[in-house]
Structures are given as C-alpha cells and as structure tokens.
Design a protein around this ligand. Sequence first.
Ligand code: SF4
Ligand code: SF4
Length: 436
Amino acid sequence: MIKARSFKGGIHPPGNKYLSSKQPITRLPAPETVWVPLCQHMGVPSKPTVSKGDKVTTGQEIGSQNGFISLPTHSPVNGTVKSVENFPMPHRRTGPCVVIETESEDGGQVFEKWDDYSSHSPAEITERIKLAGVCGMGGASFPTYVKLSPPPDKNIDTLIINGIECEPYLTADHRLMLENPDDIILGMEILAYTLGVENCLLGIEINKPDAIKIMDEKGCCVLPLKVSYPQGAEKQLIDAATGREVPAGGLPLDVGVVVQNVGTAAAVAKAVRDGEPSLRRIITLTGRGVISPANYDACVGTLFSDLIGKSGGYTEDVKRLISGGPMMGMSLYTDGVPVTKGTSGVLALTDDEVRDVVESPCIRCGKCVDVCPLRLIPNLIALAAENEKWKLAEEFGALNCMACGTCSYVCPAGRYLVHYIKKAQDAIRANKGKEA
Ligand code: SF4
Ligand code: SF4
C-alpha cells in the first residue's frame, strides 16, 4: 500500500457514519407491491413491454432499452402487473413505473451463467452488462455498458474502482466491501478484462481501515485516500489516484481512465457469473430521525416507507427526509417513493442534524473559492445567476459545477450557492436547446 493521497480544496463535514457502520446488511423480502421505475439510470427511460394484468417473473424484462443512453428494466419479483403509471420519484419529479403485485421472488437468473468470463469476448461481456441493466450505483447512475464502450481514439489504461463513499452518514459501500469483497474483486477483474487494462486501483478513504485491510489481504491494489469531501467525485478521485486532471467539460476517458463504484463492480459480477440482471441494491437507512439505522439489501421498487417501517419507524423529532447523502441528496416531501438502482441512502434527520440558515448578502470572504474542488468562483456564478445573467454565469464556468455543495456548506452568509448555480445550468442548457 502507498501513502494516503487527496486533492486540493474540499471540506470535512461530520461523518456520522457510526450510526449505521456496524449494522450488517439485512436482505429484505420483496414487499406486497413494488413500484419499478422505468428510468433508474441517466438518460432515456425504458419503454414498457408489459401492461395491466400481465404475469411477470423475477428478472423478466418489463421495459426495453430506448436509445444509446438507456437500459432495459427488469421485474424484481414474480407477480401480476397492476398498472403502468406515473409515480413520485426520489429525485422529486414523477416518472413512469410498472406497478407489480408480488406473488413470490426467486434468484432472478435469466441469462446463461458464465463461470469463466475470460472465455467470452469483451464485446460479449459488454452486451451482457447492457442486457442486465447495470448502471453506476454511486449516484450518477450512468449506464455501465456505455463506459465500457469508449470511442476508438480514447486510449484507456486505468480502471479505478470507487470505494470512497465520502458523503456523510452513508455506509452501504463500506458494508459491501466488508461482507462481499469477492464479488467486488470479480467485478473489477471483469471490468479490467473488458476494457483491456492492467492498471486497476481500488480507492478507499482511510476512515475505513477494516475495508482497506480486507481488500488488501484479498490482493487488491488498494489506494488509501485522505478523508475529505468530495473525495469520491470522479475528477477528484482521478486527480488523487493518478495526478491526471480531467479538463473542464471533459470526461475521465479523456485522460485514459474509467471509474466504477464498488456496488457496480458487484452488480457486474452477478450479471456475468450468475446471469442475473440488476434487481436489488444495498441502501443505508440512517439519521437520528429513524428508530433503528440499518443497511438493507432491498429490491428496486420497494417504497422508502417500507424501509422505514422495517427500521421501527420515525422518531418523534424527525424533521427532514433525504434521498442520498446530506451533501448531494434530494429533500423529499413524501416517503412514498421507490428505491432505484441509484438509491445509496435514505436519511431521516432531526432538528439537531439539520442546519437551517437564513440567507444574507455575500461578505466576499472567499471561503467558497478556497474549498471548491473544481477551482470555480461560486460566489460570482451565483451572483450572475441571481441577476439572470446566464451568459456571464456560463463564462464563469457554471456548467462545470458538479453541485457537490461544498461551497454552500462553508458560506458564512448562508448563500444558496448550489441552488443559484443549478438555476443557471438549467437556463443555459434551455437556451442552448432553443439555439439548436
Ligand atoms: S463564502 Fe459566501 S460570503 Fe464568502 S465569498 Fe463565498 S458567497 Fe460570499
Ligand atoms: S457546488 Fe460547484 S461551485 Fe460549489 S464547490 Fe461544488 S463544484 Fe464548486
């Protein structure tokens, strides 16, 4: 192992991971009804291939891929389709779901098992990963097969597996590394083979010494990283691991790197070795607003309210519900939203855990500039956005912002910096759409 590295900028918010980090992953049976979203990935939703009254089996395709940046959707249970309808989603909008009444569930193997992945070509494996509906499980939910299909002029030489989990509170990836390291390692090997790379690293922050030890003993090339938010963001991880800088507006493949999350690696192993589509995910349910914080293995389409019920319900002083982590997650107005492949956590926070700030004018202290990991000038982008000067906001680099929330976190004036910057991003993209 080598010395812990990191990136420039960043912050150290309280981790609060102790609430759930010792809780082993509990596999939950499927609930009586599942609401399976047809868009659990970045890009175009899949097209429903079933309708009311159809019988479906575990692993059956219920939505077909609908474009390049799209994936098929599969049923996580045996049951009967009750409806295909719009339903509230964890990202606050509504989206189409296949609603299935559960009769039973089984393993979900629908493809041939491949005991020896290396007897299949990289193209065959990429196709399998696509058909299995595997997408990034670290947050962005980008279709994994697309990342495995770089343009021919991009020379990929490094695969980085992301075991950072830098968002406070979340412990799902940590538990996965402790409890199922073999699937992660097999997934890493399959991904490296498919990309044709030999340099394969696993990044883990040094606040998870038990995970570092296990993965190191299993023969992984572990890259220990300093604890700093947002260490798990792709560009910051690449910088810390390789010293390469992804250009503004560029992608990891522009510097010869592909990054995949540990959960994605495990899903790849299941798809290739076991012939199982992506039907379940590990979720951290935590915060002082829930009676028993836990790490669950739940099927997609399980409602957040079902998870909270399994954990004994809310405490009396619960104040806010968030899908994802406290830095980049989304506040929810209801717990009646379904788990997707991208749901890393559900937070139920109390008054003590929520920082309600009253916004006041910028005092030009420069703290937001100091911590921005992308070296942007958040105060100026936000000011331009507040005054609807979209062109100026674009010139300041609004589109490069990854909405990590680091600048808002440190701002003594409580400026809603991310809110303004996102507003600018939406306006700039909408204007570009009109120009096209
Ligand atoms: S941290 Fe807040 S107050 Fe300080 S410069 Fe940035 S926006 Fe202004
Ligand atoms: S939210 Fe955007 S501007 Fe703010 S620190 Fe993160 S990348 Fe920089």
